[in-house]
Write a protein that binds this ligand. Structure first.
Ligand code: MN
Length: 258
């Protein structure tokens, strides 16, 4: 059994949730959209020495990092951050714009491109656009000196997982247990009265297409940690949860979506 299956939505429930939450899909994506469309969302005091948003040849852009490349050390090195943002994330941006040109899809917002490419089963475009979306949220899920959980978020985690520690353990289990490449998420489920849930997705898959509101995400593709941790994914995940996760930003996304 998958380590996070007890805290994740079972597949069957997922399908029901997707169907049931179509009406609130717009609400569910509003907060997420801000991660792309509103650079002002990421303007903390430590946001210095960042590059400008990089426009590519199309509507999909590479947002600037919301902190300096060495700001997440020692948990994530500047070297890893440089490759991850400047090569991997940027590569998805370039590929998404290239694939969009011949797709017949006229959407210009990243969220719509992700959803429409999923619906139309344009897998290559979906993979690249969704990876841009997931990485945009990933950088905004981390912050230097993070890890602290504001009282309101602690209350919600206790409500839905029994305790803060249980929620953090469920997130770690999801991140470590995700076989091969993917993502571990904290989401809110509009179809369940906004209940918080923890889940993982494979490869580029994203809660954005599942009627859920993404709040936090941890990248567990090997490129996220291999230069610093090699095969020790669990050590990387534990450090990210304890020292980098921006629970205040998660709470802000939740409140924006409400
Ligand atoms: Mn990545």
């Amino acid at each position: 059994m998958h380590p996070c299956s007890s805290s994740c939505l079972p597949r069957r429930e997922f399908l029901k949730t997707v169907a049931a939450s179509m009406a609130v899909a717009t609400v569910a994506t509003t907060a997420a959209a801000a991660t792309v469309a509103a650079p002002g969302l990421a303007s903390p005091a430590h946001a210095q020495n960042t590059t400008q948003n990089v426009s590519q040849d199309g509507p999909v852009v590479l947002p600037a990092l919301p902190y300096a490349p060495n700001a997440l050390e020692p948990v994530i090195s500047a070297n890893t951050l440089g490759f991850h943002h400047g090569k991997h994330h940027a590569g998805y941006v370039t590929n998404a714009n290239r694939l969009l040109k011949d797709s017949g899809i006229t959407a210009t917002s990243l969220e719509e491109i992700v959803k429409v490419s999923a619906t139309q089963k344009k897998q290559a475009l979906f993979n690249n656009a969704a990876q841009v979306y997931n990485h945009n949220l990933y950088w905004q899920s981390l912050t230097p000196g993070g890890g602290a959980i504001p009282p309101k978020m602690a209350e919600l985690l206790t409500r839905d997982f029994g305790s803060v520690d249980a929620a953090k353990k469920a997130l770690a289990d999801c991140a470590v247990g995700r076989f091969a490449s993917g993502w571990a998420w904290l989401v809110a489920d509009p179809a369940a009265n906004g209940a918080l849930k923890i889940m993982d997705t494979m490869n580029a898959d994203t809660p954005l297409t599942m009627g859920l509101t993404p709040l936090l995400v941890i990248d567990v593709w090997e490129h996220a940690y291999y230069l610093d941790y090699q095969n020790k994914r669990a050590d990387h995940v534990a450090a990210v949860i304890d020292k980098l996760l921006d629970w205040n930003a998660a709470l802000a996304r939740l409140e924006q979506a409400a």
